[in-house]
Design a protein around this ligand. Structure first.
Ligand code: NAP
Length: 249
């Protein structure tokens, strides 16, 4: 595999094969970045990479060797968007499925840890680094039947927010983006491929689109380098909180 080199500053987006990550890859390319797209579904990343003149590399954030090989393929980068992740299941604590919990903690928390450890030194070396982590309103609230996901997102957010203090004085910014309901493959994955159940999540209101979140990420990344947007929370107008939304019947 050839190493990534480019004149444009490089932005690395994890989970770029779908949803928010794919839209972010497109938005950052439009903002002038060479985008490195990572996910398990390489073919999807390659299609987007062709469209935006970016680079697709295989990445499984659950596998430390895959993360190491991914990082080896990147020579220099200014931006890392920790986006890969998601939810599995909706269960009360007393019925928690440890396998689903393990996946959520691995993908959202350890995935963010691994990518950040692998790439942060390179971002700082660029003289103008930026880490964007896509958490969720699940990182800000605990909600019924969501503890596997809310606990993972709280932990991912704690990791991300800690970096802001640990690297104070260094040329790197940290932005947490915490969306509410976004219509992507998220619910399909959460409900194990049950499309009817996934569709119900978005019924009766207009959810955010992946592009809405990508716009916010591109905005944060394109501010002057002395401006650190610490945290952005965005939700559909009709969503008040994780458990409360207005729906037209
Ligand atoms: P999505 O459409 O399901 O996309 C998830 C992305 O993560 C895919 O590109 C997937 O790629 C990637 N991914 C999953 N496991 C991975 C692994 N082991 N290694 C590498 N990549 C992996 O969902 P989305 O809504 O865009 O989610 C993106 C992020 O936003 C997640 O962190 C999610 O928790 C967060 N979020 C979503 C919502 C929402 O309502 N949709 C709200 C708040 C926060 P592959 O399957 O190809 O690997």
């Amino acid at each position: 595999m050839t190493a990534v080199t480019a004149q444009r500053p490089t932005a690395v987006v994890t989970g770029a094969s779908a949803g928010i990550g794919a839209a972010t890859a497109r938005a950052l390319a439009a903002a002038g970045f060479h985008v490195v797209l990572g996910a398990r579904r390489l073919q999807r990343c390659e299609e987007i990479a062709r469209e935006i003149d970016g680079t697709a590399l295989p990445l499984d954030v659950l596998d430390p060797d895959s993360v190491a090989a991914f990082a080896d393929g990147i020579d220099a980068a200014r931006v890392l968007v920790n986006n890969a992740g998601g939810a599995r299941g909706v269960d009360p604590v007393l019925e928690a499925d440890e396998e689903k919990w393990r996946w959520m903690w691995e993908a959202n928390v350890l995935g963010t840890l691994r990518l950040t450890k692998a790439l942060l030194p390179m971002l700082i070396d660029s003289g103008d680094g930026h880490v964007v982590t896509v958490t969720s309103i699940a990182a800000l609230e605990a909600y019924d039947n969501g503890s596997g996901y809310t606990s993972a997102k709280h932990a991912q957010a704690a990791l991300h927010r800690t970096l802001r203090g640990e690297h104070l004085g260094q040329p790197v910014r940290f932005t947490e983006v915490a969306p509410g309901m976004v219509e992507t493959e998220f619910s399909l994955v959460r409900f194990g491929g049950d499309a009817e159940r996934a569709d119900r999540v978005y019924r009766g209101l207009t959810p955010l689109s992946a592009g809405d979140v990508a716009d916010v990420i591109a905005f944060a990344v394109t501010r002057p380098s002395h401006v650190n947007i610490d945290q952005i929370v965005l939700k559909p107008r009709d969503q008040h909180s994780a458990m409360r939304a207005h729906r037209e019947s």
